[in-house]
Design a protein around this ligand. Structure first.
Ligand code: HEC
Ligand code: HEC
Ligand code: HEC
Ligand code: HEC
Length: 118
């Protein structure tokens, strides 16, 4: 490779690295309570540079406590989303983090229950 071409390909590579970094941080918004609390990528993903969608409920439970604790926390919600005939559903099936949350219950009970969810 001539020096000019190798410099050009170096610059090109740098530009690609910068734009992929920008893409990585874009679209990684967190729900307001987590953004405010400064929860770090690693806290959930257990990877410095997250690549996977799967975040184990254990990551959430490290900070929030286990299912019995969540059940107690929302004991006044009717019905209690953490204590249902579905059992211990993985946290992220409802509390998605870079996407708006969904209440899985409403897939079947559409319009029946009202919740305030993050
Ligand atoms: C490093 C600790 C940490 C981890 C890990 C963490 N959270 Fe949080 N979370 C917090 C803090 C701090 C707050 C803000 C204070 C509060 O509301 O408890 C919060 C807030 C929340 C809220 C909003 C509570 C409200 O007021 O409505 C939900 C829901 C929640 N977290 C669910 C999760 C889920 C699900 C996971 C796993 C994907 C998770 N958290 C991982 C620390 C953590
Ligand atoms: C089936 C859906 C679903 C799953 C699964 C789920 N949640 Fe929730 N969660 C909700 C809903 C709905 C609310 C809001 C309840 C209300 O309206 O008070 C909530 C509220 C919360 C809150 C805020 C409670 C408060 O009043 O301060 C926290 C924290 C939380 N969830 C954590 C978790 C964690 C941790 C897990 C996994 C162990 C989990 N959730 C699993 C649906 C779910
Ligand atoms: C509070 C927990 C939490 C934190 C903090 C968090 N994530 Fe995630 N991340 C998730 C969950 C849950 C998913 C699965 C998709 C979803 O629910 O949004 C995910 C999915 C991803 C994915 C794979 C899916 C996709 O969208 O391509 C990447 C990459 C990712 N996160 C990067 C990051 C980076 C980078 C940070 C830090 C800036 C970060 N995450 C912080 C919970 C978290
Ligand atoms: C795959 C479908 C499905 C999902 C998802 C689902 N349910 Fe149900 N649920 C049913 C069916 C079917 C019944 C029994 C028939 C009925 O009463 O509607 C039922 C009954 C109930 C009942 C008792 C009857 C009533 O209407 O008061 C409650 C409470 C309930 N579900 C709460 C929940 C909660 C909370 C969630 C989410 C954590 C959830 N369900 C998720 C299908 C589902």
């Amino acid at each position: 490779m001539t020096p000019a071409r190798s410099i050009a390909s170096l610059i090109c590579g740098l530009l690609m690295a910068v734009s992929s970094l920008a893409q990585e941080s874009a679209g990684r918004k967190l729900p307001e309570p987590h953004a405010k609390a400064g929860v770090h990528c690693f806290d959930c993903h257990h990877e410095e540079k997250p690549t996977k969608k799967a975040v184990a409920s254990d990551s959430c439970m490290n900070c929030h406590g286990d299912y019995p604790a969540m059940k107690a926390l929302t004991k006044d919600a009717k019905p209690n989303p953490h204590d249902s005939h579905l059992g211990e559903v993985p946290c992220i099936e409802c509390h998605r983090q870079h996407l708006p949350p969904v209440v899985k219950c409403l897939e079947c009970h559409a319009g029946k229950f009202k919740f305030r969810i993050h």
